[in-house]
Design a protein around this ligand. Structure first.
Ligand SMILES: [Zn+2]
Ligand SMILES: [Zn+2]
Length: 372
């Protein structure tokens, strides 16, 4: 959420409540809307659900609601960058407002006023999206073709399990920082302007804990190992990337979770290879099978099938076995290769000599014609 959001968005309208609505009215309105609009039951309503959640995130927090109301009354709904650069509003600390509401300054009011009010602000309170997490997984050839659910052991930073993210030891709770009164920033005046900087006492969080949580040393976040069952779709190949949205690092202060980006590796198979969604397989046949035709048994990933090799098949010809590649998408492409025996029995040799005499055609005759 940026300062621009504060100025441009009407959170009261989003929740359908008046500007002086009580906290409990706001909660009631939100609960009803959240129930009606939840993406699980109302697939088209995601944008509106987000809008409502964002509005509630601000209006349900007394401090944020105050900031929001101040920003709205200061700038109205029509924000004009030039209007305030001259002198600032007397008695109001713009830098303070922006540093807390600003989050990412890019594109927001922070850009306009950043230079004027000292910049370098890291938002103490704006929701922050969780980190994207990368992971690698190695699948067997067959699992890559069929798709698989694989357990993925991840270490991520998330809310500390011991303190629930507050940073305070169990049984105690954090309280507002005494130095900055919970604002997360301290201000000083110079030359008619108010400069603000993150509070040093609480490092900008606005809160202090007396007894830090032993699980996270008061940070509120901890490195956690967790096992996710990740569904890899059918047909992935070596190097494929699968993005699982919302399965990455936890967000902070109500921000959404990051994504999990899984890079897939595939172990080679001793028989099969891949060509897109098709599987490929080389199958040796004898010369008599290729010349006379034969029914041969060929393996697939799911048992064997019988392939009819027609009479007069040349070496290298490819046959398609429908539906035996990536499920729903690919076939098995069987390429027959005429195998030449390295050794012949006496009888086989005599039989071939007889064949040769009976079929004296020269398969290279056309080559001589081309050259002459
Ligand atoms: Zn903790
Ligand atoms: Zn402080």
């Amino acid at each position: 959420m940026s300062a621009r959001d504060y100025v441009e968005k009407d959170y009261y309208a989003a929740l359908g409540v008046p500007k002086d609505a009580s906290a409990s009215d706001i909660k009631k309105a939100y609960r009803k809307l959240a129930r009606d609009l939840h993406p699980d039951t109302n697939p088209g309503g995601e944008e509106r659900f987000k809008e409502v959640s964002e509005a509630y995130d601000v209006l349900s927090d007394t401090a944020k609601r105050k900031e929001y109301d101040e920003a709205r009354s200061l700038f109205g709904s029509g924000y004009r960058p030039g209007g305030y650069a001259g002198g600032g509003a007397p008695g109001f600390d713009l830098g303070d407002l922006f540093s807390r509401a600003g989050g990412q300054a890019a594109g927001g009011l922070g850009d306009v006023f950043g230079g004027l009010f000292g910049g370098g602000r890291s938002a103490g309170r704006a929701p922050r999206r969780g980190a994207d997490v990368e992971a690698d997984v190695t699948l067997s050839f067959a699992d890559a073709v069929r798709g698989a659910t694989v357990p993925l052991r991840l270490t991520t930073t998330g809310p500390c399990a011991t303190c629930g993210g507050s940073g305070a030891a169990p049984g105690t709770s954090p309280h507002a920082c005494a130095t900055c009164s919970g604002a997360g920033v301290t201000s000083r005046s110079q030359g008619g302007f108010a400069f603000s900087e993150p509070c040093k006492a609480c490092r900008g969080s606005g809160r202090t804990v007396d007894t830090p949580c032993p699980g996270c040393a008061g940070e509120g976040r901890a490195v956690q190992g967790k096992t996710l069952n990740v569904r890899i779709p059918p047909g992935v190949s070596e190097g494929s990337k699968v993005r699982l949205s919302g399965r990455g690092g936890a967000g902070e202060r109500g921000g959404s979770a990051g994504d999990l980006m899984v890079t897939v590796h595939v172990s080679p198979h001793r028989l099969f290879a891949r060509k897109g969604d098709h599987l490929t397989l080389a199958v040796p046949v004898t010369f008599p099978e290729a010349a006379l035709g034969a029914q041969i048994s060929v393996p697939t990933l799911d048992g064997s099938v019988t392939l009819k090799v027609p009479a007069g098949t040349s070496s290298g010809r490819t046959f398609r076995v429908k539906g035996r590649g990536v499920p729903g998408k690919g076939d098995l492409l069987v390429t027959v290769e005429v195998a030449v025996p390295a050794r012949l029995s006496k009888e086989a040799e005599q039989a071939l000599a007889a064949f040769s005499a009976a079929a004296p055609e020269n398969p290279r005759a056309h080559l001589a014609e081309e050259v002459s």
